[in-house]
Design a protein around this ligand. Sequence first.
Ligand code: ADP
Length: 336
Amino acid sequence: MRKVINNTLRIFTISAVLVTTLLVSLTYYAQSGMIMRVVPGVIIILLAVIAAAFYISKRLTRNIMEPINSIDINNISEADIYDELKPFLERIANENEERARTEKIRREFTANVSHELKTPLTAISGYAQMMNNGMAKDGDIIEFSKKIEKESDRLLTLIDDIINLSNLDEIGGIEDAETVDLSNITEDAIRVIEKPAKERGIQIFYSKAPALIKGNPTLIGELVYNLLDNAVKYNKDDGKITVFVGENSNGVEFSVKDTGIGIPEEETERIFERFYRVDKSHSKKVGGTGLGLSIVKHVCACHNAKIRVKSKVGEGTTMYVTFPKNIEVKKSDPTV
Ligand code: ADP
């Protein structure tokens, strides 16, 4: 870098001086016809100018490079640097910050995954040991095996969600976007949640209009299913779920309204964080992993879709997802 700037300055200055001198000499020669008398003076000036060019370019290069070389790359905000370089340094500082944030999220995620996997496994191992050691009475066997089954299911759901999330991180974006009918996907997901909803007396109302979007049908299916599943899990018995699919002035909208427990206002941002649960024991009881809405947020980001939450504790929650009409599918961000 240093050499390039230095040499460029030298070549540029010398070329400028040579051309100027040549022009001046030729003009003088043409006018007076006394070329031999001006040649020594021209040569001296030329040499002096070349020496000055070397000296100036060296100083310039030093002035440019010294502040750059003295920058502490881990503490860019405190660097004493000339104005031209400040936007570039700001960019590096932002990237450093972003990298640190991503690292922190990944570290926390790994710690949480280990903890979440350990809990059901400890329970499974405990019940199995009791049965193995003959500590479980005959009447306990059925109950213990039911608990083992429940914890294993929980483990499998958790692993599925983790795989889904890391796939979203891995693929780095959607390559095979296709035209998708959101209403078909919604109907498929409603069919899946109909049974658990019915068991709790929850009614589902569905209104739809044509809703074509561009995207990955499997990921959009995940998004729709997760939101509908939450509307059942966090609903009250004999509650209602209202699903809407259609276009409005903002784009193609999918919304799910439930009459469930609701979410406190200060928590509505945090529920999209990995493993965040408003009420951990309630989520566990209904088979939650704390990853569903992180997947939803990730899928929204990939499809340039926006998600909005409206909720009132004790009254219910509505989740609105708006897909742009002519969407441009985006690269996925591993930090969401
Ligand atoms: P989980 O697997 O625990 O349901 P999610 O990521 O889907 O995880 O949701 C995170 C948390 O947000 C849930 O644990 C719950 O506390 C809250 N939540 C999500 N959807 C709803 C809803 N429709 N009504 C009330 N609370 C909800």
